[in-house]
Design a protein around this ligand. Structure first.
Ligand SMILES: [Zn+2]
Length: 412
């Protein structure tokens, strides 16, 4: 073997034996107790190993611009307006430098796969794409990145945007997205995005139903089109905060519809918490959709970072384990199975959403994994266990030393 990770905890249960993970040619070759093999070894001392974190929704290109923007009202309109203004000054070099900083934080938090949302419009042109695209090859040693192109400032109302969407798809964007809530004709934008997905044979990942009034839901149209065009399993909707304002029975009904049509959901807790409820001056709603309830209805769900250090979300460290913990806390997740799902929603579930066939802790799969400084999955979520090292295609991509307290009598 090229590498043997000894004494790893891989089960959710703590009463099963520890296993050794044998890695060869970038792949997991064996997973068994006391593996009889030779090679370089690391003793993990019973620590938890999970497959690499999967970031299914992050805006690399507009991360890290907080000092250039105002964030005073803290609502969606201000965020869109401020970022639109800042975008005019973006150059490919600037996008590259900020994207790289954000990407390195993601890597250092154990993320091994990423879908990055990238906007095009006549204001920014393709400069965002030009800045982000080089990162895909440069960081392949640590992370696999795919680009989802979308029209943040509207499609039908914004002449020239459609051509840029097409150009980005021609230049390798693997997913097409949407933001119908900024469009003068939301249903027509959704129709057009399905048309583009079919023309380029790409998956769909839309920002959708971002607001607090659930009386009209674009997700109904998305479900209908997904079924009509046979795009089940290839469509994701993100935010969908309106579902946080829907009674349980109706939520279960909508969940079954989404599950039947093969529409997945990504919840973006940090952004949703920051932007929702700005119409209220006290008893402010949380506005985070209860993904774990939709899992019970059969919907595949993921949790993701979305924005980092900009007016949409002026916080963030690109840690997906933090997102799992944040979600569990604000959505009041208590049942053990639901807590474990919070970890699945940043690993196996977004991997399924992105259709990563080579993913998982199993012999034959690509050796993309993270070692966490804890001994169980529930503990990882509850205590925000620190990622100590990650492997990408079997090679260590980062490492940090476990905490060491300098007790009296110990040399500092
Ligand atoms: Zn987004």
């Amino acid at each position: 073997m090229d590498m043997i990770l000894r004494n790893a905890r891989i089960d959710a249960r703590s009463d099963t034996p520890l296993v050794d993970i044998g890695i060869e040619n970038g792949r997991i070759r064996a997973l068994e107790p006391e593996l009889a093999a030779t090679g370089a070894e690391r003793d993990l001392g019973g620590r938890l190993v999970v497959p690499g974190f999967v970031e299914s929704h992050i805006h690399l290109n507009k991360s890290g611009i907080l000092e250039r923007c105002r964030s005073e009202r803290g609502d969606l309109e201000e965020a869109i307006g401020e970022v639109a203004r800042a975008k005019a000054g973006f150059t490919p070099e600037d996008v590259y430098a900020r994207g790289r900083r954000t990407l390195e934080k993601s890597i250092a938090n154990g993320t091994t796969h990423m879908r990055t949302q990238l906007e095009v419009d006549p204001g920014i042109g393709l400069r965002g794409l030009d800045g982000i695209r080089p990162l895909i090859d440069e960081y392949r040693w640590a992370i696999d990145i795919e680009i989802c192109v979308f029209p943040q400032e509207g499609l039908l109302n914004n002449p020239g945007t459609d051509e840029l969407m097409v150009a980005a798809l021609e230049q390798g964007a693997r997913v097409v997205g949407a933001a119908p809530y900024t469009d003068s004709d939301p249903p027509a934008q959704i129709e057009r995005v399905f048309e583009l997905a079919r023309a380029y044979d790409v998956d769909i990942d839309m920002h959708l139903d971002f607001g607090h009034d659930p009386s009209a839901l674009d997700l109904e149209q998305v479900c209908t089109l997904t079924a009509r065009h046979g795009w089940g399993g290839r469509v994701t909707i993100g935010h969908v905060t309106k579902l946080a304002a829907v009674p349980h029975l109706r939520l279960a009904e909508l969940g079954r519809r989404m599950a039947d049509c093969g529409v997945a959901l990504t919840v973006l807790p940090a952004t949703d918490l920051f932007l929702m409820g700005r119409h209220q001056e006290h008893s402010v709603m949380r506005g985070v959709t209860p993904a774990h309830r939709l899992l019970h209805a059969g919907v595949n769900c993921s949790l993701a970072t979305n924005n980092v250090l900009n007016p949409f979300t002026p916080f963030g460290d690109c840690s997906l384990i933090r997102m799992a913990n944040l979600y569990a806390n604000i959505c009041q997740v208590g049942a053990r199975d639901d807590v474990l799902e919070c970890l699945a929603m940043v690993t196996t579930r977004p991997a399924a959403l992105m259709r990563l066939g080579d993913y998982g802790l199993a012999p034959g799969k690509q050796a993309d994994l993270v070692v966490l400084d804890c001994t169980s999955r529930a503990q990882a979520v509850a205590e925000l266990a620190e990622p100590l090292m990650a492997f990408k295609r079997g090679r260590a991509s980062f490492e940090r030393a476990p905490l060491c307290l300098n007790r009296p009598g110990r040399a500092a």
